[in-house]
Design a protein around this ligand. Structure first.
Ligand SMILES: Cc1ncc(COP(=O)(O)O)c(C=O)c1O
Length: 430
């Protein structure tokens, strides 16, 4: 193994991977010239494909004109316009946008705003409820909010306190109606016991890294009504779901939620620059305005003009037409992956917009062990497709695809064929 000085994210210190060389459209090429269909859209952010000319041009102009300006001294037109645009896109309730550099930072800023709002209102802040198996980031606050099992968080403590766990809105194996009924009953009971410990709810409307879990509509209705009746802040983490990924512009729109805060990142500038945001509604801004209270959140890198120009250029491309394309593409993926459902090792295929989880089982029908899942993902890569994993011990074990919105039918067909071939290579009995 070649040792480099680079310590890569979420990796052992000497982990080695192929060197990337260039990317174009929906393809990434490594240094040996091998082509990969990017079934992961970068890291769920290069939604519109590589080399997006509009974003590239906007960045070039901005680099020449004003690559940086102190955000404490000056405003800047792209940031102003991007904030306007985001509020229009997210909901008429939105009043302010706080720009960050990443999704993790956006989640942390949202937690700070929620706590401070309660403080300014003279209300005691209790806990933030988070879904089990959800992911909200890797900084201290966002890592503390992330609620998945495993050893990853061990040894970093003390973590931020004040989170309580709401079960994953999912039942493996149960028939759909039965699962929905059980989940609704469990939620009502959970609210009866824990509801009053909760000051805010932080959710991924569709759980992404946790295996593409779409909560049942009835479940979300109960949760929404409870939060609204008890003045519990709803924070929707749209970092993965936002900008069309689930087939609606934002995941919360599927459930008729009216979030108080919305966190965003990933597709915000199609992966060109690190950027994130928190949209804050009128009611949450109110006490800050009335009490002339500053928001204590700053990084030198926030509001970088090049990132803002890139964001504005990308945001303008998230239109009704692109949503229609996502929905159509989603149906085509479903059709192309359908044959996999006949394999005994495939327990389920969950598709929500362009979030796809192929849920796998071993010979006993249990979730595929992690080492075999990673082996399969390696084979899929060898067969020219980049994909990811979602593994929750004893619950689910999935190949994840978050394909680009711009993939055409032939590319989708080829990708599905490569996955089928890879499954057959590892499970000849499938
Ligand atoms: C739902 C969700 N929240 C937060 C994050 C963290 O965002 P970032 O990786 O930009 O810090 C992610 C990243 O995958 C995510 O999927």
């Amino acid at each position: 193994m070649k040792r480099t000085k680079l310590w890569r994210p979420l990796s052992e210190c000497d982990c080695d991977v192929a060197a990337a060389d260039r990317a174009e459209g929906v393809f990434v090429y490594d240094a040996l010239g091998r082509q990969y269909f990017d079934g992961y859209s970068g890291l769920w952010n290069v939604n519109l494909g590589y080399g997006n000319e509009t974003v590239r041009r906007a960045m070039h102009e901005q680099i020449d004109r004003l690559p940086f300006v102190n955000p404490l001294f000056f405003s800047e037109t792209h940031a102003e316009q991007a904030a306007e645009k985001l509020c229009r896109m997210v909901s008429p309730d939105m009043e302010k946008v706080v720009f960050t550099c990443t999704g993790s930072e956006a989640v942390e800023a949202a937690i700070k705003i929620a706590r401070k709002y309660f403080h300014l209102e003279g209300r005691e802040f209790r806990n933030i409820a988070v879904f089990e198996n959800s992911y909200h980031g890797s900084y201290y606050g966002s890592m503390s909010a992330s609620n998945f099992e495993g050893h990853y968080r061990q040894g970093y403590g003390p973590l931020l306190e004040g989170f309580i766990s709401l079960g994953t809105p999912y039942r493996a194996g149960a028939d759909r109606e039965e699962a929905e009924r059980l989940l609704a009953e469990e939620l009502v009971e959970w609210l009866r016991v824990h509801g009053e410990k909760m000051s805010a709810l932080l959710i991924e409307p569709v759980i992404g890294s946790g295996g593409v879990i779409v909560p049942p509509a009835k479940y979300m209705e109960i949760l929404r009504d409870y939060c609204e009746a008890h003045r519990i802040l709803i924070i929707c983490d749209e970092i993965a779901c936002g900008f069309g990924r689930t087939g609606t512009m934002f995941g919360f729109q599927r459930f008729g939620l009216r979030p108080d805060l919305v966190t965003l990142s990933k597709g915000m500038n199609n992966g060109f620059m690190p950027v994130g945001a928190v949209c804050v509604n009128r009611e949450t801004v109110r006490p800050f305005r009335e009490k002339k209270e500053i928001l204590f959140h700053l990084s030198t890198q926030n509001l970088n003009p090049v990132a803002m120009a890139a964001s504005l250029a990308a945001l303008e491309q998230y239109t009704e037409e692109i949503l229609e394309r996502i929905r159509e593409s989603s149906r085509f993926w479903e059709l192309c992956l359908e044959p996999l459902k006949g394999f005994s090792c495939v327990r389920d295929i969950r598709i929500c917009g362009l979030m796809i989880a192929i849920d796998l089982a071993d010979e006993q029908g249990d979730p595929l062990p992690l080492d075999r899942l990673m082996e399969l993902i390696g084979v899929i890569g060898k067969n020219g497709v980049l994909s990811g994993d979602s593994h929750i011990d004893g619950v689910l074990s999935c190949v994840l695809l978050f394909p680009p919105y711009t993939a055409d039918r032939q590319q989708i067909r080829r990708c599905a064929a490569a996955i089928r071939k890879s499954v057959l290579e590892l499970f000849p009995e499938a």
